[in-house]
Ligand binder design. Structure first.
Ligand code: NI
Length: 216
């Protein structure tokens, strides 16, 4: 490999990280067009590393490329949302059941404490972060890097879906508390039911939204 190629790849990696972060933080909204030329001139780069970065994001499903039209931040039909949530449920419920004893109790206890804190934990980013942590702990218990990587990729898509349904009020916090308490008590069966119901309810609340305006 030539050093020029290495250089180009590392630049593309950085551009990839920048765009990905903008998407995940909703600085670029679902459905929004990404203009490679504009981005290249803004970052003072040639078009090649921008294209490489966008290609990687297309591979991950965060960006779509419409030939002769351009690049767009991914948006979802309600069917796609149901399907993504189905895979999520598959991963989490399986890991909960199979690796129940390996779920990190100490970290779970910390999550429980944050969930029970006085300030409104159901508000905004802080809650989303906590939500992510709780669900990830269950999947991380598997120690299976393929499963964990697949799940993390899925979670990026779920972050995007959340941007579409931002103003939802969640009863999720209460459900999280019940879930963690069941795990800490060693109640595998009860925890499994709570997790299933929780994911089903969130899925239902997603599909109640109208996505008409967001899907062309
Ligand atoms: Ni949750």
């Amino acid at each position: 490999m030539t050093s020029t190629k290495l250089f180009r790849e590392s630049i593309a990696e950085q551009v990839y990280a920048i765009i990905k972060e903008e998407i995940l933080l909703a600085k670029r909204e679902p459905g929004e067009q990404i203009n490679p030329r504009e981005l290249a001139s803004k970052l003072g780069l040639s078009i090649m590393p921008i294209r490489d970065a966008l290609k990687q994001l297309v591979d991950e499903g965060l960006v779509v490329h419409k030939p002769r039209v351009g690049y767009f931040v991914r948006t979802f039909t309600s069917q796609e949302i149901r399907e993504i949530m189905e895979v999520r449920k598959l991963c989490e419920v399986y890991c909960l059941e199979e690796y129940f004893d390996r779920i990190d109790r100490e970290k779970l206890l910390a999550c429980l404490e944050s969930s029970q804190e006085e300030h409104d934990p159901t508000e905004g980013e802080e809650f989303e972060h906590l939500d992510d942590n709780i669900h990830s702990l269950i999947v991380q218990a598997s120690g299976n890097i393929f499963l964990i990587k697949g799940y993390e990729n899925l979670k990026d898509l779920i972050v995007l879906i959340r941007h579409l349904v931002r103003n939802q009020t969640y009863q999720a916090n209460e459900e999280h508390i019940m879930l963690i308490e069941a795990i800490l008590k060693g109640d595998r069966k009860g925890a499994k039911q709570i997790l299933k119901d929780h994911i089903d309810r969130v899925t239902k609340s997603f599909s109640k939204m109208s996505f008409k305006s967001l899907n062309s």
